[in-house]
Design a protein around this ligand. Structure first.
Ligand SMILES: [Zn+2]
Length: 113
């Protein structure tokens, strides 16, 4: 058979392409897909979203750890982490702008002219 990804000629028993590393039909037929199947108790988790919102680095780690076994929960973590990062960046910019404006205003008020 041939690799579906790169067209390399493969051994009929090969489970992954040695050239590009892509899984072949055998990979899934051998039940490896079962190992990758999400755990039965996988579910989106609002709690983890909130946790990862406040600690995006935790969210990133949990996302990487869980993306195979708990994809839904991992997605909750990833989403929370991304929103957390965006909000923190926006808040950081706002605080910076406000602080800058306040500094300018204070400087203008204390200026002698
Ligand atoms: Zn290949």
């Amino acid at each position: 058979m041939y690799c579906k990804n790169c067209g390399e000629k493969l051994d009929d028993m090969a489970v992954v392409c040695p050239k590009c590393g892509c899984p072949t039909d055998n990979f899934y037929a051998n039940g490896n897909a079962g190992d990758k199947r999400p755990a039965a108790d996988d579910a989106p988790s609002a709690g983890f979203s909130v946790l990862c919102f406040f600690f995006p680095i935790v969210g990133l780690i949990l996302y990487l750890v869980w993306q195979d076994t708990y994809p839904l929960r991992a997605k909750s973590c990833g989403k929370g982490a991304i929103i957390g990062v965006v909000v923190e960046v926006v808040l950081g910019l706002l605080v910076g702008i406000i602080a800058g404006v306040a500094t300018c205003a204070a400087f203008a008020m204390t200026a002698p002219y």
